[in-house]
Design a protein around this ligand. Structure first.
Ligand code: HEC
Length: 271
């Protein structure tokens, strides 16, 4: 080989090596948290949220088993599920740096059935089949209250899109009980630690129940109706339950009046 051919071959080889490295870099899974360009939720023309294709690769922030805010009735006893909360990586990065959930933050909640007695496991339970996929999305341009909640189905198939759930089905419990900006940070030790935030789950005891759980707005118009534990409002050191979201809003508009009047009406009930 002449000197010239050697140089040529060397150039070709170097070129090929560079090319193959570039291809490899493209195919290699990117470390999730290194992404920095903020990802935003995508909606279809009807305003339904599209389920992001990669949500199962998001950052794991917490898990729970059979967690429930309502006192366990028979159905919740039968269906003890594993919950996993995953967070979209660019929003995760931002939260770790700033302690705030930016616009466009997306969190996914995966519900799994509890599997057991699969060899070689003799004891214990593990997260088995997916029973549900839900999402929480902070997007003020889409919903004035910011956070919206979506249910993508589960056992009988996961839908590619979902419309926002009514406020009283999901939002009201989150806004009332979640530790930080509608997100249940008190159950996500890993996320709190990564953002250097101290949360004490035990310190988040709900306030004592007022007027035996009756709806105060109904009570002042002379009707004795039990409020729902998921539609609540805290006033002073007490927690009020309501039959509906409009009732909660009426109470919230003038809590002192409703608190005083319902207390008086409640006292009369026993007489
Ligand atoms: C009665 C209270 C309550 C209601 C109602 C509720 N949730 Fe939650 N949600 C929780 C709790 C507690 C967690 C903590 C994580 C867990 O369950 O493991 C949570 C966590 C989540 C998360 C993970 C991100 C976060 O905000 O912490 C999503 C997503 C979610 N819920 C979606 C929904 C959807 C969709 C609905 C309505 C169909 C709903 N939730 C209704 C209590 C509630």
């Amino acid at each position: 080989m002449t000197k010239r051919t050697v140089t040529c071959v060397a150039i070709v080889v170097t070129g090929l090596a560079a090319l193959s490295m570039a291809v490899a870099a493209q195919n290699a899974p990117k470390p999730a948290v290194a992404d920095t360009k903020p990802r935003m939720p995508q909606y279809n023309s009807d305003g339904a949220l599209q389920l992001p294709g990669d949500y199962r690769q998001w950052v794991f922030v917490g898990s729970s088993l059979g967690l429930s805010y309502t006192d366990g009735g028979p159905s919740s006893m039968n269906m003890e599920m594993f919950h996993e909360t995953l967070m979209e990586p660019t929003a995760y990065r931002q939260f770790v740096d700033t302690g705030t959930f930016r616009e466009g933050t997306m969190l996914a909640l995966l519900l799994h059935g509890a599997g057991e007695k699969v060899m070689p496991a003799r004891r214990g339970k593990f997260a088995a089949d997916i029973h549900g996929v839900e999402m929480a999305v902070k997007d003020t341009s889409h919903r004035p209250e910011g956070w919206a909640y979506y249910n993508f189905g589960g056992m009988s198939g996961i839908r590619p899109t979902a419309t926002a759930m009514p406020k009283e089905s999901c939002y009201s419990c989150h806004v009332q009980h979640a530790k930080r900006d509608n997100v249940f940070l008190q159950f996500y030790g890993l996320l709190a630690e990564a953002a250097n935030i101290k949360v004490d789950a035990a310190a988040h005891e709900p306030a004592a129940l007022a007027i035996g759980g009756l709806d105060p707005v109904m009570l002042v118009i002379g009707r004795e109706e039990m409020g729902k534990p998921e539609i609540v409002e805290t006033h002073g050191s007490l927690r009020y339950q309501f039959v509906s979201e409009p009732n909660r809003a009426r109470f919230a508009a003038d809590p002192d009046k409703f608190a005083a009047e319902s207390k008086a009406a409640f006292a009369k009930l026993g007489q």
